[in-house]
Design a protein around this ligand. Structure first.
Ligand SMILES: Cc1cc2nc3c(=O)[nH]c(=O)nc-3n(C[C@H](O)[C@H](O)[C@H](O)COP(=O)(O)OP(=O)(O)OC[C@H]3O[C@@H](n4cnc5c(N)ncnc54)[C@H](O)[C@@H]3O)c2cc1C
Length: 486
């Protein structure tokens, strides 16, 4: 089949809907459900855009297996030019969604690409990983992933939770596969994804006692026994009043596995604590970090643009501290741009001639972005201030007897009330709505706990040689007898 169009994605989803519960309502068709259809349509537009003539050179490439054109986020890079193609693809999708869809499907394709390249890591299940990557690429599937365990008792390991199957674990083996039971969080986009990739990530390292929870696999979202419990949706119907929440709310949910059969060919890690604890060896953060940095750059550019425009409309952009804070945002943007370029420029081929983006500058962005985004949202609040709260409740106000009040009191220095309210509603969607709060939480946590992530990658796992060598060179240049400067 190869790369899909939006209609292919929608049709498959319509025919294979995940079992999603929003409160006491079971969703029967995510493609028409008022809460889910807007996000589904946003994803469908991304799929369509792959086929736009002027984009094909960086959106599609011929599959080495079938010859069909497939998506560039599955491209195994054998040169720095290939890395640039991947960047252009990620950037285009990020720009189309203003960076607001963290789990557009290129995120999971990026992860799977690393798994495919380093498939030997999976030992006896390596071919399963290779075959799965090819299956996803050839059918251009939309994946979600679930790594985290339900937040029940973080003080205890998986094997000591209140119920043996609070965390997802193996119940038994059959000839056809393994039966799993338990729950996982948080499947962002799960209610409208085709498949899910499961692997465990615990802050507390599992030990041999936790073997039955040390599993990884992938299954279709509509596999019997799988159900998704969604959080409260933030989708809003009015595009004018909620320009972002009306299109880009990526619904998250907890996935319950009620004695689910995972076929053997879809098992990637099986009761293997050692592999679960060393999964970082796949270096998938090099590819996902490339995608997430590019997306964050776009998102911050979008936010910077909103602040620039809003402050211009009311002339607060003449005040130095406002200019300084906008300058703070553009500083972050340029640091991300530099890191992405550095990750490509300093990429080195592995023994098979395959290029991973250099993960070191990308980690620096991941470990900063989770702090920068909340700060940028704070800047919007500080700079636009009460402007975020004095917008009328609904666009309908323009068709009401008080329309004249709106024209008079809601105009800007040189713009009409219509122009100003339109822009300030975008700012409010980011800075003060429930949708906007979820985005702040997402940027803080989507890659894991910010503190442990930084400890692991910027201190424990950081190459300290250069820093230490400088100090050692200075210390070696004098001794205890040297009390004066000759
Ligand atoms: C909007 C959103 C979308 C997400 N989407 C996805 C997704 O698509 N797929 C997915 O798999 N996950 C997703 N996540 C989950 C995300 O990976 C986790 O939120 C993140 O890893 C932190 O885990 P937690 O939320 O369980 O917090 P916890 O691990 O429960 O942490 C809560 C607090 O307790 C502390 N703590 C917990 N355990 C320990 C310990 N052992 N030692 C010391 N301190 C500890 C933490 O530092 C933190 O301060 C999403 C999260 C959000 C907010």
């Amino acid at each position: 089949m190869g790369a899909r169009k939006g209609i292919d994605y929608i049709e498959r989803l319509k025919n294979n809907p995940p079992e999603t519960w929003i409160g006491n309502e079971k969703v029967t068709d995510p493609t028409t459900h008022p809460v889910l259809a807007p996000a589904v349509n946003s994803i469908a537009r991304l799929y369509d855009s792959q086929w736009e003539k002027e984009k094909r050179s960086f959106m599609l490439f011929p599959s080495p297996k079938s010859g069909d054109l497939v998506g560039a986020s599955f491209l195994v890079p054998t040169s720095k030019e290939d890395l640039a193609i991947r960047r252009m693809m990620h950037q285009d999708w990020a720009e189309q969604t203003f960076g607001m869809m963290g789990r557009s499907t290129d995120f999971m394709s990026a992860m799977l690409t690393a798994w495919y390249i380093n498939a030997d890591f999976f030992g006896p299940y390596a071919d399963n990983v290779r075959n799965y990557f090819e299956y996803v690429r050839e059918n251009d599937l939309y994946l979600t992933h679930v790594l985290i365990d339900p937040q029940v008792d973080r003080g205890k390991p998986p094997s000591e939770q209140p119920d043996e199957y609070t965390y997802l674990g193996v119940v038994k083996e059959t000839d056809a596969g393994i039966i799993v039971r338990g729950a996982k969080m948080l499947a962002t986009a799960g209610p409208y994804a085709d498949e899910m990739l499961v692997w465990p990530f615990h802050l507390r390292k599992p030990t041999e006692k936790d073997y039955k929870y040390a599993i990884s696999f992938a299954i279709p979202m509509n596999t019997p026994g799988v159900r998704l419990i969604a959080r409260e949706p933030f989708t809003r119907s009015s595009v004018y009043d909620h320009p972002l929440a009306s299109r880009f709310d990526e619904l998250d949910g907890v996935v319950v596995f009620d004695d689910v059969l995972v076929p053997w060919e879809r098992v990637f890690i099986y009761q293997d604590v050692e592999r679960v604890n060393t999964i970082w060896k796949l270096n998938s953060n090099a590819f996902t970090g490339h995608q997430t940095a590019i997306r964050l750059q776009t998102k911050l550019q979008f936010l910077a643009g909103i602040v620039m425009k809003a402050t211009e409309m009311v002339n607060t952009n003449q005040f130095p501290h406002v200019q300084d804070m906008i300058g703070e945002i553009t500083t972050y943007i340029e640091l991300i741009r530099a890191a992405v370029m550095a990750s490509e420029a300093t990429a080195k081929p592995n023994a098979d001639g395959i290029y991973f983006p250099n993960v070191t500058p990308l980690y620096a962005i991941r470990n900063s972005g989770n702090r920068w985004y909340p700060r940028v949202r704070e800047i919007i609040q500080l700079v636009i201030a009460g402007g975020l709260m004095y917008q009328p409740a609904s666009v309908e106000v323009f068709n009401s007897p008080i329309a004249k009040d709106i024209q008079k009191y809601y105009r800007g220095a040189t713009v009409t009330a219509e122009e100003k309210i339109k822009l300030f509603k975008v700012a409010a969607d980011i800075a003060v709505s429930d949708f906007g709060s979820r985005h702040e939480l997402y940027e803080r946590f989507y890659a894991g706990d910010p503190m442990f992530l930084r400890i692991q990658t910027q201190y424990l796992g950081y190459d300290k040689q250069e820093a230490l060598a400088l100090v050692d060179r200075l210390l070696a240049s004098y001794n205890i007898e040297q009390t004066s400067s000759q």
